[in-house]
Design a protein around this ligand. Structure first.
Ligand SMILES: [Zn+2]
Ligand SMILES: [Zn+2]
Length: 357
């Protein structure tokens, strides 16, 4: 085998790695590089971290330090099977130290290194928090109700739905899902919101869960330097009848499942499905709510009928037996009194979100 002379040290070698013998190659080889001092830019208000020019939600300081170190390690391009182990230690509330162990394969040889750095936390205001504190908003979302005003409980439920959306959108990295201001009025609730996209998600989720309808319209908000600035107004109208309401349509008593442009429900008398357009039930009135159901004792049953003990009058009442009726073990069945008449509560009612509580 011909031996080659290493141009750096003059020793004979079988192969050259990047123009040097193996010893010379590894002599000044740095598997990884890490600055001695690095800065972690963190939002003082929400705890987000600035990473590659983008603010991202992080909820844990340890994690912020770890990721900042990770972002700043540069690994040699010839390294394979790289393993990095980072240990951090808090020195002061705004300073951490980190020890980084790197192991990798380079030119068939295992190379390890130990690096140290200091992480300094720089507290500032992120894009979202500075927008919120500056009163920024892209749209106004109004929550109203048809032919009535939303109740406090309904507003509370809407806010819970919105919280869930903020959580989901933020988890996906959308930091414009925020509310700058909430104004409760006689008519309902006005929310100043961070983005149009967020507004649409809110409208969709509220009407899917509670019923009702929504629309959006741009309106001239202000003029700035001769330019017209528009804001989108979202209008959510909660339905006249919420899920779980029992209404009298004039001919039928219906349990409302969902009311959007149409009303879907269950007929209280025979558990059949009910669908009607808004104009077909214009004169309908709410006569009860499934959350007012009580348990009654089942006295007897035959093929066609059930005999139950009215919990108010203590008289026995005969009701038609539903097709798939299962006798409960404790012989108690949910009933509801509507306009002095006693009805069995259809089993499907369990699936209706009644906003109880
Ligand atoms: Zn050499
Ligand atoms: Zn922030």
């Amino acid at each position: 085998m011909t031996l080659i002379t290493c141009p750096q040290c003059g020793n004979k070698t079988e192969v050259l790695i990047r123009g040097r013998c193996r010893e010379c190659f590894f002599q000044n080889f740095a598997i990884a590089q890490l600055p001695r001092v690095i800065q972690a830019r963190v939002c003082a208000t929400c705890g987000a971290r600035l990473s590659h020019g983008k603010w991202t939600d992080e909820y844990d300081m340890e994690n912020i330090v770890l990721k900042t170190v990770e972002d700043n390690i540069s690994i040699h391009k010839d390294a394979n099977d790289v393993q990095v182990c980072i240990n951090t230690k808090q020195i002061t509330p705004y300073m951490y130290s980190a020890k980084v162990n790197v192991a990798a394969k380079v030119e068939e040889q295992t190379v390890t290194d130990e690096l140290f750095c200091e992480v300094r936390l720089i507290r500032e205001s992120c894009d979202m928090c500075s927008r919120i504190s500056g009163g920024y908003f892209e749209g106004i979302l109004q929550i109203r109700a048809v032919e009535r005003t939303p109740t406090d409980r309904e507003i509370e439920i809407c806010l819970e739905i919105i919280e869930g959306i903020i959580h989901r959108m933020r988890a996906k990295g959308d930091r414009l899902a925020f509310i700058t201001e909430k104004i409760r009025s006689k008519e309902g609730l006005d929310l100043y919101i961070g983005s149009v996209n967020f507004g649409r998600h809110v409208c969709k989720a509220i009407t899917e869960e509670l019923g009702g309808t929504y629309n959006e319209s741009p309106s001239l908000f202000t003029q700035k330097d001769g330019k017209e600035i528009y804001r989108i107004t979202f209008s959510v109208r909660l339905p006249k009848f919420m899920p779980g309401a029992i209404i009298n349509t004039g001919t039928k008593k219906i349990i409302v499942k969902h009311m959007g442009k149409k009303l879907t429900g269950i007929d209280l008398t025979d558990s059949s499905r009910f669908i009607a357009a808004e104009n077909q039930i214009e004169s309908a009135k709410q006569v009860g709510h499934i959350k007012d159901a009580v348990y009654a004792v089942l006295v007897a049953e035959d093929e066609q009928e059930l005999i139950i003990l009215d919990p108010v009058t203590f008289r026995t009442v005969n009701v038609k037996k539903p097709p798939e009726f299962l006798t409960p073990e404790n012989e108690e069945i949910p009933v509801i009194r509507i306009e002095e008449e006693l009805f069995l509560l259809p089993s499907e009612c369990k699936k209706i979100n009644t906003l109880k509580g």
